[in-house]
Each structure stands twice: as C-alpha cells, then as structure tokens.
Design a protein around this ligand. Structure first.
Ligand SMILES: C[C@H](N[C@H](C(=O)O)[C@@H]1CCCN1C(=O)[C@@H](N)CC(=O)O)C(=O)N1CCC[C@H]1C(=O)O
Ligand SMILES: [Zn+2]
Length: 628
C-alpha cells in the first residue's frame, strides 16, 4: 500500500489517492473487527487473560492507525477539491489516542481497563438488615432495583454510598493518568486538550456556547418538574428535612445517578388512579427478553427499515449470564465494521425501562445497518447525538397510550384518549426526558474542565458536586470527601464515553419526532403521535442514517427536519400541556435552589483515617440532618 503513494510521487494525484483509500478500507475491515472481537470477549467474560488479548488487539489497531496516518502524508489531501475523498483523509489522519508512542498507549489502555474492571465487578456489602454482612450485591439487578423501588431512606443511602465507595473511590489515580495521556495525545493531534478533540466531532463553531444556550432554554421547564418532585418527596420522606438550599437529596429520585425519575411515577402521576403499569402487563404476559427484542425489531421493519441479520440474535448477549462470570452489564450496541457482525450486549430485565433501553440499543444497530456500505471512517453518526437519538425517536411512538393499546400493554379497561391518562403519560415522559437534561449537560461540563486543567485531581469531587448542586439541584445524602470520586460512579466516566451526545440527543429527538410525525400525516398534539408503520417516515430516517458521517450534521438534520440548527422548541411544544399543569401544582412553591449545596457545604479533606468503608453511621453532611 505504501508503494502506491511514493511510486506516483505526485501528492495531488487524486486517482492514486482513491486507490489508496480503497486499500485502507480493505485493511481497516480486517483490523477493526479483530479489535472489536477481542473487546467483546473481555466485555462478556472479564478475566486477566481476556484483558491481555484485548490490550494486544488494541495495540495492533493503534499500530495500523499510526501507519495509516503516516501514509496520508503522501498526499496533499488538505488541498483536494473532491470533498468526499478529502473528508476521508481528514478522518483517517485523526487517530486519537493511537498517536501515542507504544509504551504510553499501553499505559492509557491499562488505566482505562483498570477503571472499567473496577466498575463492572463492583459489589456492595453490609446491607442494612442483612443477617450475613458479607453478602454482596451487584448494580444490575439488585442495587438498581433498590434505587427504583425502596422508600427506606437508610437503605437508599446504603446503596448510594456503597456504590460510590466500590467504584469511584477506587479510580482517581487511574483517572488522573488517563487525563494526562489523553491530553498528550490530543496535543499531538493538534487539539488544545482532549475535550477540544471530543467537541471537534460536532464540527460546530462555539459548540460549548450553543450547548449552554440549549440548556438555558430548558431550565424553566426543569425547575417546574424539580419543584413538584421536591414537594412530593418531602411528603414521602417527612421527618427527613431537605437542605434549606433547595436541593433534593440525590438518593431519592429512583435512580443511582438521579438521571431519570421514571420510578417515581406512582408518587408523581397527576391521576394516580390511572396507572401506566407496562412492567406489570409485560410480566402478566410472560414477556421474555427475546419478545422485547422482537417487539422492537418489528417497529423498525414496519417502518420499512432493516431487520436484524440472522447472526445478530445468535452472537449477542441479551441476558446476564448465570454461570457466575464477570461481564460488563451496562447495555451497549456493537458494530464490528465488517458489514456482517452487529451485536447488543445487555443484562435485560423484564420492565418498561428495559423495553425503552432495548429500543435505544436497537436504534444504534439500525444506524450501523443503514450506513454499513459507507467507507469505514464514515460509519459513525452525523454527530454522536444523532446516534443516540434514533432508538429514542421510535420509543417516543412506542410509549404512547395509543401504541401501548395496539400492542396490548395498556390495561384493557383504559381508554388511550382519556385526557387524564394522557397527562399521566406526559408526566411519565417528563420524568425521563426533562429530568435527564441537567445530568446530560453537566457530565461533560465537568470533564471538559478536567481536560482543560481547570479542575485538579484534589478538586475532582468538589467540582463534581458544584455542578450537581448548581445545575441538577441535587445534594449528597451523606458527607462527601475529597478522597471520593463520585463522577467515577457513572459508567461513562471509567468507560471513557463522552456524554454531551445524550444531551444533544434529548433535544434533537423531539425535532426528529415532530418532522417524522408530519411525514406520517399526524394531526393533533405532538405527544399523541405514533409514527408506527409509516414507511414515509421510515424512508426519511433511513435516508439520513445512510449518510453516516460522510456529510456535516446540518445536512443530515436538514434531510429529516428541513432545518439546520438544534433547538428546544419542539421539546417544549411536546410538554406544553404538562407545563401548564405543573405551573398550577407548584404555584406556592419556591422554584429552584441556591447555586451551592446548603450552608457551609464543603468537601473537607477526610480525617487521617479515611472514612469507614463499611457504612457505619457516617457523619451526616451539613445539608441533610435526618431527625430519626
Ligand atoms: C444504555 C446506554 N448504553 C450506551 C449507549 O447505548 O449509548 C453504551 C455505553 C456507552 C456507549 N454505548 C454504546 O452502545 C455505543 N456503542 C453506541 C454507539 O455506537 O455510539 C446508555 O449509557 N445510555 C442510554 C441513555 C443515556 C445513557 C445512560 O444510561 O446514562
Ligand atoms: Zn446510545
């Protein structure tokens, strides 16, 4: 391959360059599948042996990337007039962490592997009330279920604090090492830091400013929901005074990270007598994991989109293995970049939440299928937010009472057009979509500052809580210390997956939904739209996905919505009926919270002997003093 460049000698020979691009693709379709396969083997069976194979395969891929970068120097591609070829060269030359010399590349992959292993193997012991204190519990399914269902303050605090002790607290050194080397790689590739590199994927001027404007546009809606939830949680947890600075203790929201409040539906539904108990309906109908996937796949194929390849179900891991091996349970979708292998790995439970997650992951696989004939470097979302939005857009239709009725997941005696049921439905959606907004925004606000060097290691946790208290309006239920690293308790930080993509997705998925509903001929309120079986809508979505990342994302956005900008107006339109209801509900409440978490809330340096690992009654923080 190297010979083609030099023999032609002419750096502007587009014909030779295109031949080289073909060769690159052929080789990439061998090297990447091998790296993916080794990563898959480790993710589905976490052992030292599989870890070594994974690191070896990653090293091999990084060497291929380095070689390819060097060969791009044979061409003056930055001055090519053919945009498509120029864009391919640009992406081939942008090799991320592979740019590091081998020893540093191995250090960064080791640091990441350590953190991923800690996260995925973590178990929490000493459960209050357990006879056997040495009994330990994993996040999936046990701690997740406790956070979702328990109304016992202490039990929730045990799970919340225990999870952070067993994950984040064990990561700061590795994370600091990762940051240092990721920044070094970004610098070698011409970026100011790793955050600058991550933001470059959006190809958007003042991207940070644009994100801030979208966030500001959604703050009022979030404050209404926050005030309502806080009011009702104070009633549920009477006797446990909430911080007078206005935050909600972070362990009460039905989720380990307070990122989705759907599990509070029975507490927060406007009309509790009209439940949307899809989980119960699924269980009554003996739903299996496979039935959940078949349901999701059918929604895609009824839109005229692609079915899953035959190998998909055989090669995927859709349930938590029962043979005791350690796996990465966190759901994910995998493209093996060989146009044949596409998989999902998740530890599915039979619940509505998991039916939504199944659609989310199937959305990723559908995108893989639609762009599989693009050059390898274009097999990405138009921007990362697009990839996150596909499954969610379909789930916006699946979740409607009208669609639930169609698939027999609505109680037979319930009328999907009942306005009170519709308001309950909107509340359910708000608890997932509006509640998520500040969380989706703040994770990379924190990481961008760390990459910029504005947040040093001994400030990691203080800065994390500054953002959580300021933007999300939640506070820690127990004292936090500088030796804690609560950011590390969220999968995407040890797993090094950027997060602003989900914030972008939660905004644009409503723009896509609005446009596809129009295409499907929907009339009436946006939240009642179900695009099911509309091949016109499906064709628009497919046409956009087929582009992959071959065009800049405004072109892809235009292909669906006719617009070229992200905006929050469609999300706000969708929730308008609920916003009116919320305004009445909280008219006697003080909206919002102080920027800081409670009086003299600081992250002190821990006492000489680091805080007890077994959660004996830890000192309650100044912000939360349970009377009991
Ligand atoms: C459950 C979901 N898992 C991710 C996802 O599906 O995005 C996984 C893990 C990280 C990346 N990933 C992938 O599968 C990628 N290979 C997809 C791609 O190809 O880009 C997830 O983390 N979500 C969903 C809602 C918010 C967030 C959360 O749960 O906080
Ligand atoms: Zn995703």
């Amino acid at each position: 391959v190297a010979s083609i460049g030099s023999s032609f000698g002419d750096r502007n020979n587009i014909t030779a360059a295109k031949i080289w691009l073909e060769e690159y693709n052929t080789e990439a379709e061998k090297v990447r599948p091998e790296a993916q396969e080794a990563s898959w083997t480790w993710n589905t069976n976490i052992t030292d042996y599989n870890n070594r194979l994974k690191l070896e395969a990653e090293k091999k891929k990084s060497e291929f990337d380095k070689r390819s970068y060097n060969q791009t120097l044979n061409w003056d591609w930055k001055n090519f007039t053919e945009i498509n070829a120029k864009r391919q060269f640009y992406k081939i030359a942008d090799i991320g962490e592979s740019v590091l010399p081998t020893d540093k590349f191995q250090q960064i992959t080791k640091a990441k592997s350590n953190m991923q292993s800690v996260y995925s193997k973590a178990r929490v012991c000493n459960k209050p009330g357990d006879q056997d204190p040495s009994k330990c519990y994993p996040l999936n399914p046990t701690l997740e279920n406790i956070m979702a269902k328990s109304t016992d303050w202490k039990e929730l605090a045990w799970a919340w604090e225990g999870w952070r002790n067993e994950t984040g607290r064990k990561m700061p050194d590795d994370y600091e090492k990762f940051v240092e080397l990721a920044n070094e790689a970004a610098g070698m590739n011409g970026y100011t830091d790793n955050g600058d590199y991550w933001r470059s994927w959006y190809e958007t001027e003042n991207f940070e400013k644009q994100m801030e404007e979208l966030f500001i546009g959604l703050k009022d809606l979030y404050k209404l929901l926050h005030a309502y939830a806080r009011k009702k949680l104070k009633e549920r947890f009477v006797g446990h005074p909430f911080p007078d600075s206005g935050q909600i203790p972070a362990h009460l929201l039905g989720n380990m990270w307070a990122q989705s409040w759907g599990n509070l539906f029975t507490l927060l539904a406007p009309y509790p007598g009209k439940p949307l108990d899809v989980t119960e309906m699924m269980r009554e109908q003996n739903y299996t994991t496979r039935k959940m996937f078949d349901l999701s796949e059918k929604f895609f194929t009824d839109l005229g989109l692609d079915p899953m390849p035959p190998k998909f179900y055989n090669d995927s891991m859709l349930d938590k293995p029962e043979d005791g091996r350690d796996v990465v349970c966190h759901a994910s979708a995998w493209d093996f970049y060989n146009r044949k292998d596409f998989r999902i790995k998740q530890c599915t439970q039979v619940t509505m939440d998991w039916l939504i997650t199944t659609h989310h992951e199937m959305g990723h696989v559908q995108y893989f299928l639609q762009y599989k004939d693009q050059p390898v470097v274009f097999r990405r979302g138009a921007n990362p937010g697009f990839h996150e939005a596909i499954g969610d857009v379909l789930a916006l239709s699946v979740s409607t009472p009208k669609h639930l009725k169609k698939i027999n997941l609505l109680r037979p005696n319930q009328n999907p057009d009942d306005e009170e049921l519709q308001l309950n439905f909107l509340m359910n959606q708000a608890l997932k979509k509006i509640a998520f907004i500040p969380f989706g925004y703040l994770i990379d606000q924190w990481r961008w500052k760390v990459f910029k060097g504005e947040t040093k290691k001994d400030e990691y946790n203080e800065d994390w809580w500054n953002l959580r208290c300021k933007h999300q309006g939640v506070s820690p239920p127990v004292q936090r210390f500088n030796t804690d690293f609560d950011a590390g308790s969220k999968f995407h930080v040890p797993n090094n997956t950027p997060y602003i993509r989900y914030f972008v997705s939660y905004v644009i998925q409503f723009q896509f939904h609005k446009a596809l509903c129009k295409e499907a001929g929907h009339n009436g309120p946006l939240h009642k739209c179900d695009i099911d079986q509309s091949t016109e809508a499906g064709n628009k979505l497919a046409a956009m996905m087929k582009l992959g990342s071959s065009k800049e994302w405004p072109d892809a956005m235009e292909a669906i919505t006719g617009q070229r900008k992200m905006n929050v107006s469609d999300l706000i339109e969708y929730f308008a009926p609920l916003e009116d209801w919320l305004k009445k509900e909280v008219k006697n409440e003080t909206l919002g919270w102080d920027d800081q978490c409670g009086r003299n809330f600081t992250i002190p340096t821990p006492p000489p002997t680091s805080p007890p690992t077994t959660p004996t009654p830890t000192p309650q923080s100044s912000t939360v003093k349970p009377t009991s």
